[in-house]
Design a protein around this ligand. Sequence first.
Ligand code: SF4
Ligand code: SF4
Length: 356
Amino acid sequence: MEVWEAKQKAIKVLEEKLEEEERTEARRDHHAKRPPRPCGITVHTGVGCPLACAYCYIYDMGFPGSVKPYKLTPLQIAYAIATNPYVAVGAWGTLVAVGSVTEPFLPETREKAVGYMRAIAEYLGNPIQISTKMLPPLELAEVQRGLDVLISVTDLEGRLEPKAPRPVDRLMAGAELLKRGISVTLFVRPIVPGVTDRELMRLLTAAREAGFRRVIFGTLRVTSGIAARLRAYGVNVMPYVKELHPTRQIPIKYPKDRLISAAKDLGFEVLPASCASNVRAHCQACALCRWGPCGDINKLRANLEDVMEYLEWRGYKHVDIEMRNLSIRVNVKIDRRDKIFLEQATRLPVETGRRD
Ligand code: SF4
Ligand code: SF4
């Protein structure tokens, strides 16, 4: 209920700051409607991207090769997220990932990206993470305590990212943020066979020397278009996929074990997913997916009385709940919205229906 009350409070505060038309536009926006995934809700700072990385999937999703800042103002984006019925608001609320389906720190969207993060931090307080291939601005140090910055790199030469800043400059920009006390994680994404693995040690060593301590390895997803573009760069993904599809992104089956051990040997903490880095940066915990649990699970103490109170307030009768193996078991069927909201509010899976 505490989380629900925080959500209502944030909505009220933001409503008072926005005009009627601004509220309507924000409520109609997909940020107000999309259910978050276990790893959180993604926030779009722009539409499209001109960087044309060879492995990028946004063009197959219909996004353009140029960028326009996203239409909502910072207050509107905070309001849209707060009104999203699936989202838990607050410091332990839904994880927020800024910069999906675009690059947030393009010159055209940089100001908007920082504005979005400031508004989310100030009015909602949810844990924020941003992922970039550009050089992140130093003002990030003032956005949120625990803000997590992912420096995204595929190899040290940037062979597949010809329009992005040089990877070595990205690492140096990350190092500057590290010096200012920000959480910065190396995001080796995606792992492209024959490119990332070819000189991985050089990349990891350079990152360690720059001060990076954490790394995530991200999987390459391919469509037929991406496979063709990669072929033009001399990369053949066919040994790693069974089929290709024009729009469906197929994750390649690439064994990461060798990469993970190389990183561990160099002293890196290897995290299973980007959201794990957000959780780690904010000293929190989460057990929402099979990659976890992440962080200190002793911090995952769902207040069952609160969960019960919320469900009864939502109109469910004869509710009985219990904790079992880092999940919450509810004896009655509850609708998807309540299930997702409770999962976001507790960071624990909610299993529903009759108990066995
Ligand atoms: S920077 Fe990101 S969004 Fe832009 S082309 Fe590269 S991978 Fe795609
Ligand atoms: S358990 Fe870890 S990897 Fe899974 S959603 Fe939570 S933070 Fe992400």
